[in-house]
Write a protein that binds this ligand. Structure first.
Ligand SMILES: *[C@@H]1O[C@H](CO)[C@@H](O)[C@H](O)[C@H]1NC(C)=O
Ligand SMILES: *[C@@H]1O[C@H](CO)[C@@H](O)[C@H](O)[C@H]1NC(C)=O
Ligand SMILES: *[C@@H]1O[C@H](CO)[C@@H](O)[C@H](O)[C@H]1NC(C)=O
Ligand SMILES: *[C@@H]1O[C@H](CO)[C@@H](O)[C@H](O)[C@H]1NC(C)=O
Ligand SMILES: *[C@@H]1O[C@H](CO)[C@@H](O)[C@H](O)[C@H]1NC(C)=O
Length: 389
């Protein structure tokens, strides 16, 4: 006879695909970039002036009106762990409590929150992100934080959320241009830190090449091993880790150009096959397209629709968050708008000319109608969608 657990797993794998769907909240990492490259610019930064995590008043708009259940919340490691403390278990409690207010606003509304250190696997100098700062675990760089420090950081952060079933641990935003084996080592250290803290919630682990789905089977830097040969070696004693993927639709997959020219299904094909072969799941925590204003050169409605439908219908994908909302975008666009400022996915968003912003022209028009109706509404975050494992 099947155990209850197997029955639930069978039910989940037969019917379900997307358990977690929503938006990325970008803003907690703002204010550190310096056009002049001055180290430490924007640190520690001023809350609600240089950075902010979330407008809590938008949570019911997202959850009740837009029917989403997931928010990815970015923060900056150099603010959570000030340079004078170093990366590790000692936090700036002021910054943590500002971040934690955002997480609590989300999870107390019954939604899930992905904790997102937005650091590209670097620590110590965010002034020129994504390129600046020392690579975590690079033993050839005396300024670099160690893999053990990264583990201590995650152990501490996870220990603060053991009793909140609605968090998801996003190990790191977009590692790139470093040995893929070091990403594996750092991801594994994070998993070990989280599990030894006693936290059992879902973990999502990134690969190399800005964790791009299209290049999962390619070498993304000189001499770098493709993710396909490395990222299946991750070990989670609870089996509750999924792969964290980003995928944009413009010419160079960066999400910085307006025309959508990339077929998401074709570009994700290799990754999907690899997930299947390795019995792994993935969550796409960044994707996006423009508002189709330049209809002669933009196929974004078509390509974005196809992208969301692909994730919704392939059971290797358990969740997605669109890039991006956040309280500080103003008329600037987080995605795909090199021709102008068309606003963001933030509710109430306006373009620079005062017309409706991308919350209306992209989220409401294209993505929201594709939010699956049967999202996870309770239970510990997991690759099975909140079912106890
Ligand atoms: C927060 O969001 C609410 C609802 O969209 C909006 O009315 C309010 O102006 C926002 N506050 C700030 C400071 O952006
Ligand atoms: C901690 O964060 C607060 C709020 O941003 C800031 O005012 C303070 O200077 C920070 N402390 C350290 C040690 O960075
Ligand atoms: C900024 O920090 C980096 C280490 O991340 C260091 O290599 C560089 O020399 C520093 N630049 C200045 C101007 O201090
Ligand atoms: C590599 O990935 C690409 C993009 O998804 C796919 O078209 C191709 O078939 C993959 N190649 C192999 C050998 O899996
Ligand atoms: C963008 O397209 C939308 C929808 O067609 C339209 O309402 C808006 O005025 C356009 N905005 C700009 C800045 O062209």
């Amino acid at each position: 006879m099947l155990s209850l657990k197997s029955t639930l797993l069978l039910a989940a794998s037969a019917t379900a695909t997307i358990f977690y769907a929503g938006v990325a909240e970008s803003g907690g990492e703002f204010g550190a970039y310096s056009a002049t490259g001055v180290n430490g610019t924007g640190l520690p930064g001023r809350f609600n002036v240089d950075y902010a995590f979330l407008n809590a008043s938008t949570v019911p708009i997202w959850v009740k009106q837009n029917k989403i259940n997931t928010f990815r919340v970015a923060f900056l490691l150099e603010r959570m762990c000030p340079l004078e403390y170093g990366l590790g278990a000692r936090f700036n409690e002021t910054y943590f409590s500002e971040f934690n207010d955002a997480i609590r606003a989300i999870t107390s509304a019954g939604a899930y929150a992905i904790l997102d250190p937005h650091n590209y696997m670097r620590y110590n100098d965010p002034s020129q992100q994504p390129g600046s700062g020392s690579i975590i675990g690079n033993t050839a760089d005396p300024a670099a934080a160690t893999t053990a420090q990264f583990q201590a950081f995650w152990h501490e952060l996870a220990s603060r959320y053991i009793f909140n079933p609605n968090v998801i641990f996003g190990i790191m935003n977009e590692p790139h241009d470093m040995p893929t084996e070091l990403i594996l080592a750092n991801d594994q250290a994070a998993i070990n830190g989280i599990r030894t803290a006693g936290a059992i919630q879902l973990i999502i682990a990134p690969g190399n090449g800005y964790t791009g789905g299209h290049s999962w089977n390619q070498s993304t830097c000189a001499g770098c091993t493709p993710n396909t040969q490395v990222m299946n070696k991750l070990k989670d004693p609870l089996g509750n880790t999924a792969i964290d993927v980003h995928e944009y639709l413009d010419s160079d997959f960066s999400g910085t150009h307006q025309p959508c020219v990339q077929s998401f299904p074709a570009n994700m094909y290799g990754l999907t096959q690899w997930l299947k072969a390795n019995n792994l799941k993935a969550m796409v925590t960044e994707f996006g397209g423009d508002n189709n204003n330049y209809t002669d050169s933009s196929m974004c409605v078509e390509y974005l629709t196809e992208a969301v439908k692909y994730m919704n219908s392939n059971p290797e994908y358990i969740g997605w968050t669109a890039w991006a909302a956040g309280p500080f975008w103003g008329s600037y666009s987080p995605c795909c708008e090199d021709y102008g400022s068309y606003g963001s996915l933030e509710p109430g968003s306006v373009a620079s000319d005062g017309t409706p912003g991308m919350y209306y022209t992209v989220w409401k028009a294209i993505i929201q109608p594709l939010v699956p109706s049967a999202l996870q509404r309770f239970g510990i975050s997991s690759i099975y969608g909140g079912i106890e494992f």
